[in-house]
Ligand binder design. Structure first.
Ligand code: PRP
Ligand code: HPA
Length: 178
C-alpha cells in the first residue's frame, strides 16, 4: 500500500537535538492533524492484525503516544483497550517495572485486573527507539501471564536495535528510519 505509507511518511518531521543534544526526534504530531494520514495508520495496523493475528483479546497501548492509536485500532477490531501508564497514575492494585529509554528512565505500570492470564494481547506505541519502553510493557504482560502476540509501532529507529531487544517478540513498524 505505497500511497498510504507515503501519506504517513509525509506527516513525520525530524527535529534535531530534541529533547536533548544528539537526539534526532521524529515528530508524529502532523499525523494527528491529518484525518487521512491517521486513517491510513489504523488501516495498515488493522490489515496486519487481521492477517497475522486473527484472534486477539486486547490492544495494550503505551503512555502517552500509544494512546493516540491504540483505542482507534481496538475499536476497529472490536476488542478492548488497556493502558500501560507511567507510574503513579492508575488506582487500585497494579504491577510495575522500571526501564530505560532513549533519553532517560521511567517506570511503567498496569492495573492487575486489566488482563487475565492467557489473554492474547497486542502492544502498540508510536515509536520504537531502544526498545526499553516496549520491553517493559512485555515484562508487565508476563507478570499478568498474558500472551503477547506482537508489537505495533508507527515508526522504528532501526539503528537503535529496539527490535533485537524485544526478541522473541515481533515488531511491526509502518515506517523505518536509520
Ligand atoms: C517515547 C515514545 C516511546 C518511547 C520509545 O515516549 O513515545 O514510548 O519513548 O523509546 P524507547 O524505545 O527507547 O523506549 P516517552 O517516554 O518520551 O513518553 P511520552 O509518550 O509520554 O512522550
Ligand atoms: N521521536 C519520538 N519519540 C521518541 C524518539 C523520537 O525520535 N526517540 C525516543 N522516543
Amino acid at each position: 500500500e505505497e500511497s498510504k505509507l507515503d501519506l504517513i511518511s509525509r506527516c513525520i518531521r525530524p527535529f534535531p537535538d530534541f529533547p536533548s543534544e544528539g537526539i534526532l526526534f521524529r515528530d508524529i504530531c502532523p499525523i494527528m492533524k491529518s484525518p487521512a494520514a491517521l486513517t491510513a495508520v489504523i488501516d495498515l495496523f488493522e490489515q496486519h492484525v487481521l492477517e497475522c493475528h486473527p484472534v486477539v483479546d486486547l490492544i495494550v497501548g503505551i503512555d502517552a503516544r500509544g494512546f493516540l492509536f491504540g483505542p482507534l485500532l481496538a475499536q476497529r477490531l472490536g476488542v478492548g483497550f488497556v493502558m500501560v501508564r507511567k507510574k503513579g497514575k492508575l488506582p487500585g492494585p497494579t504491577v510495575s517495572v522500571a526501564y530505560t529509554l532513549e533519553y532517560g528512565t521511567a517506570e511503567a505500570e498496569v492495573q492487575e485486573d486489566s488482563v487475565s492470564p492467557g489473554q492474547k494481547v497486542i502492544l502498540i506505541d508510536d515509536l520504537l527507539a531502544t526498545g526499553g519502553t516496549l520491553f517493559a510493557a512485555c515484562e508487565l504482560m508476563k507478570k499478568l501471564r498474558a500472551e503477547v502476540l506482537g508489537c505495533l509501532v508507527v515508526v522504528s529507529l532501526k539503528d537503535l536495535s529496539g527490535a533485537d531487544k524485544l526478541k522473541p517478540h515481533t515488531v511491526f513498524p509502518l515506517i523505518q528510519f536509520c
